[in-house]
Design a protein around this ligand. Structure first.
Ligand code: SF4
Ligand code: SF4
Length: 200
């Protein structure tokens, strides 16, 4: 088992609600108009001193609840903890959406499963089960930037570097160093280390 574990972390003191991450994701992966793998949300809007924004997508949970409820086992978890799925196996039942604490699974309308198509979600830019960096993989899952040794699109495009992705101990160290340097913190939304667990 690999000791490398990938994670997402969004630094709430740096996110400026610019939507650069979500637009980069939509565009780079050529997503359908009704699929949003990443969203920026703002909480406590208009309340002075309490408003903050964060960038959310599939958090690639440890013990991923989606994988536990999928009746056809279409999820698979890489050695580096990235949670992927096989869209050709998915039957569009929607169980994963009910199980997911982040509302990450997306279902395009007009698919072969009545009103739902096969589930789509953030792959952490790691593609799917098709041949790595093939046309088929791009068509179904979008870019496989991890295979190319690149940072996922969302984090690469984040102008303030609020959104971090990478090896978990390194991401945690960067965030810890920031908090120590600036001497304040509103916290971070990040990959839960356990489920149910510390998503915040
Ligand atoms: S965020 Fe949702 S879809 Fe992603 S691994 Fe966790 S339960 Fe599954
Ligand atoms: S990691 Fe990749 S797939 Fe996930 S939200 Fe970012 S750009 Fe989209």
């Amino acid at each position: 088992m690999s000791s490398v574990r990938m994670k997402f972390l969004c630094d709430l003191d740096r996110c400026i609600d610019c939507d650069g991450c979500s637009v980069a994701c939509d565009s780079g992966h050529e997503l359908a108009l009704d699929v949003r793998r990443r969203r920026v949300i703002t909480l406590n809007e208009g309340i002075p001193g309490k408003e903050f924004s964060t960038s959310m997508a599939c958090m690639h949970c440890t013990d991923a609840p989606c994988a536990q409820v999928c009746p056809v086992n279409c999820f698979y978890i890489r050695e580096d903890a990235i949670v992927l799925h096989d869209k050709n196996t998915c039957i569009g039942c929607g169980y994963c959406l009910y199980a997911c604490p982040f509302g990450a699974p997306q279902f395009p309308r007009g698919g072969i499963f009545s009103t739902k198509g096969a589930m789509d979600k953030c792959t952490m830019c790691a593609g799917g089960p098709e041949e790595t960096n093939s046309k088929e993989e791009f068509h179904i899952y979008g870019q496989n930037r991890i295979a190319e040794g690149k940072v996922p699109l969302c984090a690469a495009m984040c102008a303030t570097k609020a959104l971090l992705v990478g090896e978990s101990t390194e991401v945690d160290r960067i965030y810890r160093d920031r908090v120590v340097a600036r001497k304040y913190s509103r916290g971070a939304s990040q990959t839960p280390s356990t489920y149910p667990g510390n998503a915040w």
